[in-house]
Design a protein. Structure first.
Length: 301
C-alpha cells in the first residue's frame, strides 16, 4: 500500500479552492429537498442539519420545491432521477462531475455546479458537502451557520442514527472510507471546513475535550489524526500524551483482527505520515509501534 498523504491532502485542498460559475434563484424556495443515491445522500443529510430543511428519503419529486441533487458520477440511474424531477416541474440544483449532466441541465434550465475530479473517490461526497455549503451562501439559501458553540455546531454534523448505522455496516464490510490514505486528508478537510465556512478559528487544544468521541461522521481514527495535522509544535507536545493513551505502544493486550484492525490502520497512517514506512501484513505492528514511539519522543518531547 502506498502512502501519499501529502498528495491526497493537496488534491483535496485544490477542490476546496474550486470556483464555480455564479448561479442565481429568482424566487427563494420555501423548502429545499436533498436527493441522491448511496453515498450521494450524505451531503444532503449533513446540509439539512445546518439549514433545517427536510431530506428526501424516497427520491420522490415535489412540485414547487428546490431539489438539490447530488449525482457524483452522473450515471443512467442518476440521470433518470433527474428527469423525473424535471417532469414534476421542480427547480433543480445539480452537483456532478459528469459533463453530460451539465448539458442536460442547460437544456432543462436547471442550475448546475460542476464538481472537481478527486483522485480518491471516497472523498467526493465530502467535497460535495464543502462546495455545496459555499454555494448555498451564494444562492442566499442560508445566510449563516448556527451561532452556537463549536461543540454544539459540530455535534449537529453528527449523522442521524440511520447514517451511523450505514457507516457501521460499511466499516464491517471494509475500511475503504477510512483507509490510511483517506483518513488524514479527510480529517484535515473537516478542520478546513469549520474554519472557512463556520467562521470559527479551530484550535485542537480548545475542542479536543468536548469533541474527542463525538465526530462519528469521521470516526475516532480520523479525528485522532487531527493531532498530527496541526503545525503548532506546542499543540503536538500537549497532545502526544493523548496519542500515547489511544495507541498503547507497549500493550500486549492489543489483539489484531485481520487486516482491517483499527489499530493497524491508524499505526500505518502514522508511520506513513512521519516516517514513510509501509506496514505490510507480515510486519509486527507492536515492533513498529516502538519505532514510532521513539521517533515521536525524540521530536516532540
Amino acid at each position: 500500500m502506498k502512502y501519499e498523504l501529502g498528495r491526497a491532502l493537496s488534491t483535496l485542498r485544490e477542490s476546496l479552492e474550486f470556483r464555480f460559475s455564479p448561479v442565481s434563484l429568482k424566487d427563494k424556495p420555501a423548502k429545499v429537498r436533498f436527493s441522491g443515491y448511496g453515498l450521494n445522500r450524505v451531503p444532503g443529510l449533513m446540509l439539512s442539519r445546518l439549514i433545517e430543511s427536510p431530506v428526501s428519503g424516497t427520491n420522490e419529486p415535489e412540485k414547487g420545491k428546490l431539489i438539490v441533487l447530488f449525482a457524483d458520477e452522473g450515471n443512467d440511474d442518476e440521470q433518470d432521477l433527474y428527469r423525473s424531477f424535471v417532469r414534476s416541474g421542480s427547480k433543480i440544483l445539480v452537483f456532478s462531475r459528469n459533463t453530460k449532466f451539465e448539458e442536460l441541465c442547460r437544456i432543462n434550465e436547471s442550475l448546475f455546479i460542476k464538481m472537481p475530479e478527486l483522485k480518491y473517490p471516497e472523498l467526493n461526497f465530502f467535497s460535495q458537502f464543502l462546495i455545496a455549503s459555499r454555494a448555498f451562501f451564494d444562492l442566499g439559501l442560508v445566510s449563516a451557520f448556527p451561532s452556537e458553540s463549536l461543540s454544539s455546531f459540530v455535534s449537529k454534523m453528527d449523522f442521524s442514527s440511520s447514517v451511523n448505522s450505514f457507516h457501521e455496516k460499511m466499516w464491517q464490510k471494509n475500511i475503504t472510507l477510512l483507509s490510511s490514505e483517506e483518513a488524514y486528508p479527510l480529517a484535515e478537510a473537516w478542520r478546513i471546513f469549520i474554519t472557512r465556512y463556520a467562521g470559527v478559528a479551530v484550535s485542537l487544544d480548545r475542542i479536543i475535550d468536548s469533541l474527542y468521541f463525538r465526530l462519528n461522521s469521521l470516526s475516532t481514527v480520523s479525528f485522532i489524526l487531527f493531532f498530527i495535522s496541526d503545525s503548532d509544535s506546542s499543540v503536538l507536545k500537549r497532545r502526544l500524551k493523548v496519542i500515547r493513551e489511544v495507541l498503547p505502544f507497549n500493550s500486549t493486550q492489543m489483539v489484531l483482527k485481520g487486516e482491517f484492525a483499527i489499530y493497524k490502520v491508524l499505526l500505518s497512517s502514522l508511520l506513513g505520515f512521519f516516517l514513510s514506512i509501509e506496514l505490510s501484513e507480515k510486519d509486527d505492528p507492536l515492533e513498529y509501534s516502538k519505532v514510532l514511539k521513539d521517533y515521536l519522543s525524540r521530536r516532540f518531547v
